[in-house]
Design a binder for this molecule. Structure first.
Ligand code: ADP
Ligand code: MG
Length: 317
């Protein structure tokens, strides 16, 4: 087995571009841009828990970074610098080559520089710490939602969760739908441009990693408000039958879509739609923030759904 240092030199060292000192010393040296605040986040992917051990390594490299990009996006920040900490069961060249290909393709796409990390032997575990920058005072937080705000969702929900059920053999899908759902699950796209465009517009924002109900629930808890929306208003991934119970479950309570859920005052609807157009992603208004407390999801006849039936308790536990 090559040494940890061979692996770092071969796979993780690239010339420092945006930092004074990158990979290779005891710590990286970063000069933050004056007037900006640092947004710092970490997300870990564990084999068997967040992905199957035989998952495609290139997609895994992509996703390891993308889930962190999504957190930075939800703050309205620009992703800048990443640290990558890996536990690897073995030094598998083919695996590492594919993993870093996926990771660096996504890093280059968002102009993120890998500036450090840690490499050790152990059960497969992939962890990224990502630093972003946001204009001081302008970050999108979870605690700013106000009664009367519209609730918005970007993109389409449910595809990733359906892809996971497909992998587990729980649902049958056409080849085309399966490919689409697996791409949503394994190679998500962080909504960085949308997060940036919502600065000064959205009152609160979160990325949907654990499912709409759970993640909107975090906004409600942090903002001390309630919400009401129609299940049918939530955008369903193309090709999926929104009327099916399984799909509705995936749309409302499934995770891993990495879209943004945010609130904004009704007076700014046109600007929100324009922000979506500029960012190249559809944004859909699904309901309103109420004085609360509580979350009410209405069916086609405006009758409140039992949220335990769509899996809310499962994700809250
Ligand atoms: P130390 O013993 O001081 O912790 P390491 O030997 O762990 O140093 O790491 C050496 C250098 O390589 C450090 O700059 C560290 O940030 C970097 N590094 C280690 N693993 C990775 C990785 N997976 N990706 C990027 N940089 C890494
Ligand atoms: Mg170390």
């Amino acid at each position: 087995m090559p040494s940890e240092f061979d692996l770092i030199a071969r796979y993780f060292t690239r010339p420092a571009k945006t930092v004074r000192l990158g990979v290779g010393d005891d710590a990286a040296l970063i000069r933050p841009t004056p007037g900006m605040e640092l947004a710092v986040t970490a997300d870990m992917l564990v084999a068997g828990r967040h992905f199957l051990a035989d998952a495609d390594p290139e997609r895994l490299g992509h996703k390891t970074l993308a889930v962190n990009l999504s957190d930075i996006a939800a703050m309205g920040a620009m992703p800048r610098w990443a640290l990558l900490s890996l536990a690897l069961p073995e030094a598998d060249d083919a695996w590492l080559g594919a993993f870093t290909r996926g990771f660096f393709a996504e890093a280059d796409r968002f102009a993120v520089e890998l500036v450090g990390g840690d490499t050790t032997r152990g059960p497969l575990n992939l962890s990224v710490t990502l630093l972003g920058e946001v204009e001081a005072g302008q970050a999108l937080r979870r605690d700013g939602a106000q009664p009367g705000d519209d609730i918005w969702v970007s993109g389409e929900l449910g595809g990733a969760a359906l892809g996971l059920r497909y992998l587990r053999g729980e649902v049958a899908l056409t080849d085309e739908t399966a490919a689409f759902c697996l791409a949503r699950l394994q190679a998500p796209t962080a909504r960085v441009a949308l997060g940036r465009a919502l600065r000064g517009l959205a009152h609160a924002a979160i990325d949907i990693s654990d499912g709409l109900l759970a993640d909107l629930g975090h906004i409600l808890a942090r903002s001390a408000v309630g919400a009401r929306f129609r299940a049918a208003a939530v955008p369903v991934a193309a090709g999926l039958d929104g009327a099916s119970g399984v799909v509705r479950d995936c749309v409302l309570a499934g995770g891993d879509d990495y879209e943004l859920c945010f609130t904004a005052p009704p007076a700014r609807r046109e600007e929100v739609l324009a922000a979506g157009r500029r960012a190249g992603v559809a944004v859909v208004r699904i309901g309103i923030i109420t004085a609360g407390p509580g979350l009410e999801v209405l069916d086609e006849d405006d009758v409140p759904l039992s949220l335990t039936r769509v899996g809310y308790d499962h994700f809250a536990s």
